[in-house]
Design a protein around this ligand. Structure first.
Ligand code: NAD
Length: 269
């Protein structure tokens, strides 16, 4: 289930789900630069990519292991947290990043599609929060929990009913968990990315453009997204990682229950 490598003293132990690529990989590399030992997670078919990220982190002189698990499965999430704590000596930072995006009109959203998106994007984040919190409370040294919401978790979007609902759900979960865990020195926050370069965005743009073309339109979603931002640019994984790096730090102890936009100025709270 896991592999490991070794190194010197560290700032603590971080676990990042969905970190074989994209935003999760960017967060994992940044936390390693910050001095954390970093456990990586993704689903089994992503194992080879996970191992590449393990090698990148090891090359930075930090310890790293990879644990394959499906975040929608409670037994697998619990086993993942237990493995990380045993192998790396605890858990100080949990980043529940794994998520999927699917785009259907309201009428075309099947119950199966709705349940699949919610199982990963909302139940998966809940399970990571729950088992990370249990580990952190048992350790008694505080902690940092961070989850993935989205710009669609702040404002609904066409063809995104299930996705937006799951990402709005992460906000409520984050606020509630923050209220329960704050006095134990555990903060809980979420990031709400705008369009961030990578496979998830590419697929979303392709699907949406097809749907727009079928309806007789000619809008290019990439251009439309660029136009929605104040900065006129797409984000990168490093933009999200910079926020998570701060939220994971001791200095961020007075920030909790927040879902923070990193979207180039698309949504204003
Ligand atoms: P991505 O698709 O590039 O990476 C997501 C990773 O999660 C993949 O490696 C995938 O294999 C993994 N994953 C999927 N299901 C899993 C499961 N059940 N268990 C464990 N791992 C699983 O996506 P990304 O762009 O890096 O997005 C990361 C997070 O940020 C997601 O939660 C996404 O919804 C959110 N987000 C992304 C954007 C964007 O524009 N890229 C915008 C808003 C929010």
């Amino acid at each position: 289930m896991f592999s490991s490598s070794s190194s010197s003293s560290s700032k603590g132990v971080a676990l990042v789900t969905g970190s074989a690529q994209g935003i999760g990989r960017g967060i994992a590399l940044k936390l390693a630069d910050d001095g954390f030992d970093v456990a990586l997670n993704d689903i089994a078919p992503q194992k080879a990519k996970l191992e590449q990220v393990v090698a990148e982190i090891t090359a930075k002189g930090r310890r790293s292991i990879s644990v394959t698990a499906d975040v929608s499965n409670e037994d697998e999430v619990k086993a993942m947290v237990d493995t990380v704590a045993k192998e790396l000596g605890g858990l100080d930072v949990m980043v529940a990043n794994a998520g999927i995006a699917r785009y259907h009109s309201l009428l075309d959203t099947t119950v199966e599609a709705w349940d699949r998106i919610h199982a990963i994007n909302l139940r998966g984040v809940f399970l990571c929060y729950k088992h990370a919190a249990a580990q952190m409370l048992a350790q008694g040294r505080g902690g940092r929990i961070v989850g993935a919401s989205s710009m669609a978790g702040k404002k609904g979007a066409a063809l995104s009913s299930a996705y937006a609902a799951s990402k709005f759900g992460v906000r409520g979960l984050t606020q509630s968990a923050a209220l329960e865990l704050g006095k134990a020195g555990i903060t809980v926050n979420a990031y709400a990315p705008g369009p961030v370069e990578g496979p998830l965005l590419d697929e979303g743009i392709r699907t949406m453009n097809e749907t727009i073309a079928k309806a007789g339109g000619s809008t290019d979603l990439k251009e439309a997204l660029l136009g929605m931002t104040a900065v006129g640019a797409l984000g990168t994984p490093a933009d999200i990682a910079a926020l998570v790096s701060f939220l994971a730090s001791k200095e961020a102890r007075f920030i909790t229950g927040q879902t923070i936009s990193v979207d180039g100025g698309i949504n204003f709270d």
